[in-house]
Design a protein around this ligand. Structure first.
Ligand code: ADP
Ligand code: MG
Length: 211
């Protein structure tokens, strides 16, 4: 099974549904250690993404994901817009055609690199990276052990969710939450939480496509 154009579209639509459903929770998390807009930021972004996708006749997974990235960069004002925007553009650039599990893993690695290049955070700084990095590690480990795309994506989603939970005791060292210093401890990071949503959506659509 490959990550093809149809799966890319299904993934993005599933993310939009998840963001719509979880926007209240994301905003609540961001109210505790940020400015309370993470849910509405992503909702605005993915609503625009759906409109852009409707007008697109993509011929590759990369075309879909590059469009997502560009749309998030232009429509989302917060830190997460450019970070996720660059991540999706990097995913798109790495997926010029249908990709098997290993190649898709390399695309996920490019996405992580893009977030890191822009945000200059390290794992442990209480950011998106704290879900994406363990998700990528779990994905690669699963593929190395022979997993297909849905299984590897399932392992990635589990690891991303654990990574998001593991941000609770961390002190934020990047982004708005870092202004709180030690008061950022004891709260789950909104961006790591939304990253877990992305990986869960991937696990779901790939599992569904396998049947
Ligand atoms: P803003 O902080 O501008 O209001 P959002 O609320 O949409 O933007 O997004 C906040 C999330 O962005 C944080 O929870 C964190 O996970 C993520 N984030 C902030 N700065 C960075 C960074 N430098 N690297 C990676 N992720 C970051
Ligand atoms: Mg915010």
């Amino acid at each position: 099974m490959e990550f093809d154009t149809a799966l890319a579209e299904a993934w993005v639509r599933a993310i939009a549904v998840a963001v719509e459903k979880e926007q209240g929770r994301l905003t609540e998390l961001d109210s505790a250690i940020g400015d309370g807009d993470h849910g509405s930021n992503l909702r605005r972004g993915f609503t625009a993404v759906l409109t852009a996708l409707d007008a697109l006749a993509p011929d590759s997974p990369g075309a879909v994901l590059t469009k997502v990235g560009g749309t998030l960069i232009s429509k989302v004002g917060g830190a997460s817009g450019p970070l996720y925007g660059k991540a999706f553009r990097a995913l798109g650039a790495a997926l010029p055609g249908p990709a098997g599990p290993a190649a898709f893993g390399e695309a996920l690695a490019e996405g992580l690199r893009a977030v890191q290049a822009l945000g200059k955070a390290e794992p442990g700084d209480k950011t998106i990276l704290d879900a994406w990095a363990p998700a990528l590690a779990a994905y690669r480990e699963a593929v190395a052990a022979g997993a297909d795309l849905p299984r590897a994506a399932g392992a990635a989603a589990d690891a991303a969710e654990q990574g998001a939970l593991a941000t609770v005791p961390l002190q934020a060292r990047k982004g708005r939450a870092s202004y709180l210093g030690p008061r950022s401890v004891g709260h789950q990071d909104p961006g790591a939480t939304s990253t877990a949503l992305l990986f869960r959506a991937l696990a779901e659509v790939t599992a569904e496509a396998r049947g």
